[in-house]
Design a protein around this ligand. Structure first.
Ligand SMILES: *[C@@H]1O[C@H](CO)[C@@H](O)[C@H](O)[C@H]1NC(C)=O
Ligand SMILES: *[C@@H]1O[C@H](CO)[C@@H](O)[C@H](O)[C@H]1NC(C)=O
Ligand SMILES: *[C@@H]1O[C@H](CO)[C@@H](O)[C@H](O)[C@H]1NC(C)=O
Ligand SMILES: *[C@@H]1O[C@H](CO)[C@@H](O)[C@H](O)[C@H]1NC(C)=O
Length: 366
C-alpha cells in the first residue's frame, strides 16, 4: 500500500503544513542495494516526491507515523550533495530536530578493519581534492613519494596543505557516535560472517583483516576516485592522519560523505538541520588491499571474490537498525533534547563556530 502525501488526510491539517514532516531519524543511503537493505526490512508506506532528488530515486519514503524516513542520494559526491540539498531545502519537511544516519557500504583497510564490520565515524575526510601526477612520471629523485598525490599548496606529499576548499574534513558529535556504537553492539553477536568464500578470503589476512566482523569506531574517506592497492591506501592512511593533525583514524573508503556533509553544514548554518545530529556508518564490503600472499593488486581487484558485498548489506541493517530503534524509542528521554556534544563539530574552517583541533590558522587560498 502506498499513499502520496497530498492524498493523506492527516496532511490537510494546518499543523503539518506549517511544521512539515519531521522524522526523528532520516536514513540516507547511496544506491539500490543499500536502499534494499532497509526497504526489505522496514515498511515505508508513504512516498513523497521531492524535486531535485536523483532521477533514479525521486522520492523520500516514510514509515506509517513518519517517525522514520529514508532517501537514496545516488552515488558519488555530486549526486550525494545535490540530492541532499534538494531534500534539505524542501518545504514539506522540518528537519531541524531530525537525526541523520548516513550509511552505506565501503572499502576496508585490512590493517584496521575486516569485511562485514560495521564502522561509525567521527571524521569524514575528503581525499580526492589534491594535485596528482601519474607516479610513473616521477623522477628518480622522488622515489620516496608514496604515490603521485600531494596536497594543494604543498610541494610534496609529506607536507600539510597550504590551500583547502573547506570540504576536506568534517567532525561529528562524538558522544552521539559512541551512543550509536553502544546501540549497534547489541547486535554485534548476530553480525553475519558471510559465505565460506568470504571467510576464506578473510583468513588470508593478518591482523584485523583476518578477524571476524565487529562494530567499531573509525573514520571514512570520501573520494570520487575509487582507489585500491597498497600505495593508495597507505598514502591515505598517512594523509588522513596528517590533515586532521593526528586525530582521524581512517578505516573505510567511500564516495559520498563529504558531499552530503557539506549540504548538511550549509543548512545547519541557517538552523534547518542540526550538525550535532549526524551519524556516519559504513559497513565493509571489500578489502582495499590484497592479502599478503597475493602480489597482483589489479588481478585481486578485478578477479577475486571481493569479500562481502551481501554480507556488508546484511550487516548494514543489523548494525544500523538498533541505532534507529534507540532514537525512536528514547526520543523523549534523550534525543529530543539532543545528545550532549562536547567535541568540536563542523568543517575545517570552523564555519559553524568553535575551533577545530585540525586545520591551520589561515591558508593561501580559501
Ligand atoms: C547520479 O544522478 C543522475 C541524475 O539524477 C542519475 O541519472 C544517475 O543515475 C546517478 N548516478 C548514480 C551512480 O547514482
Ligand atoms: C570530506 O571530508 C573529509 C574529512 O571530513 C575531508 O578530508 C575531505 O577532503 C572531504 N572531501 C570532500 C570531497 O569534500
Ligand atoms: C595542524 O598541523 C599543521 C601542520 O603542522 C599546523 O600548521 C596547524 O597549526 C595544526 N593545527 C592545529 C589546530 O593544531
Ligand atoms: C597567516 O598566519 C600566519 C601565522 O599564523 C601570519 O603570520 C600571517 O600574517 C597570516 N596571514 C594572513 C593573510 O592572515
Amino acid at each position: 500500500m502506498s499513499s502520496n502525501r497530498s492524498g493523506d488526510p492527516r496532511f490537510s491539517t494546518s499543523l503539518v503544513q506549517s511544521h512539515g514532516i519531521s522524522p526523528k531519524v532520516f536514513i540516507i543511503t547511496m544506491f539500490i542495494p543499500e536502499q534494499e537493505a532497509w526497504n526489505s526490512k522496514i515498511d515505508f508506506p508513504h512516498h513523497i516526491t521531492v524535486p531535485g532528488l536523483s532521477l533514479l530515486f525521486p522520492q523520500v519514503h516514510c514509515v506509517q507515523d513518519y517517525s522514520i524516513c529514508h532517501m537514496t542520494t545516488g552515488e558519488g559526491e555530486i549526486n550525494a550533495s545535490n540530492s541532499m540539498m534538494a531534500l534539505l531545502l524542501n518545504p514539506q519537511f522540518d528537519l531541524s530536530r531530525t537525526y541523520f544516519l548516513l550509511n552505506g557500504i565501503g572499502g576496508g583497510e585490512p590493517s584496521r578493519v575486516t569485511t562485514g564490520s560495521v564502522t561509525f565515524a567521527k571524521y569524514a575526510i575528503q581525499v580526492g581534492l589534491m594535485y596528482q601526477i601519474d607516479s610513473r612520471e616521477l623522477p628518480v629523485a622522488y622515489k620516496d613519494w608514496p604515490s603521485g598525490y600531494f596536497s594543494y599548496g604543498a610541494k610534496d606529499p609529506f607536507t600539510y596543505p597550504d590551500a583547502v576548499y573547506g570540504t576536506e574534513i568534517y567532525e561529528l558529535n562524538e558522544h552521539l557516535r559512541d551512543r550509536a556504537i553502544r546501540a549497534a553492539k547489541k547486535n554485534e553477536a548476530s553480525l553475519q560472517s558471510g559465505t565460506p568464500q568470504n571467510i576464506l578470503l578473510r583468513n588470508m589476512y593478518d591482523g584485523p583483516g583476518g578477524e571476524p566482523p565487529t562494530v567499531m569506531a573509525c573514520d571514512v574517506t570520501t573520494s570520487d576516485n575509487y582507489f585500491f592497492g597498497h600505495r593508495m591506501s597507505d598514502f591515505f592512511m598517512d594523509y588522513t592522519s596528517m590533515v586532521t593533525n593526528n586525530t582521524a583514524y581512517y578505516c573505510s573508503s567511500a564516495q559520498e560523505e563529504n558531499g552530503t556533509l557539506e549540504s548538511l553544514l550549509r543548512m545547519a548554518k541557517s538552523h534547518r538541520v542540526s550538525f550535532d545530529r549526524i551519524i556516519v556508518m559504513r559497513s565493509i564490503s571489500n578489502f582495499v588491499k590484497p592479502p599478503p600472499s597475493v602480489d597482483d593488486s589489479v588481478d585481486f581487484f578485478n578477479n577475486f571474490n571481493k569479500g562481502g558485498f551481501q554480507l556488508a548489506l546484511d550487516n548494514l541493517f543489523l548494525g544500523g537498525y538498533p541505532v534507529v530503534e534507540d532514537i525512536v524509542e528514547n526520543w523523549d528521554e534523550v534525543y529530543a533534547e539532543g545528545v550532549k556534544c562536547s567535541n568540536y563539530v563542523g568543517d575545517i574552517f570552523g564555519s559553524l563556530g568553535g575551533t577545530p583541533n585540525f586545520g591551520k590558522h589561515n591558508y593561501t587560498i580559501h
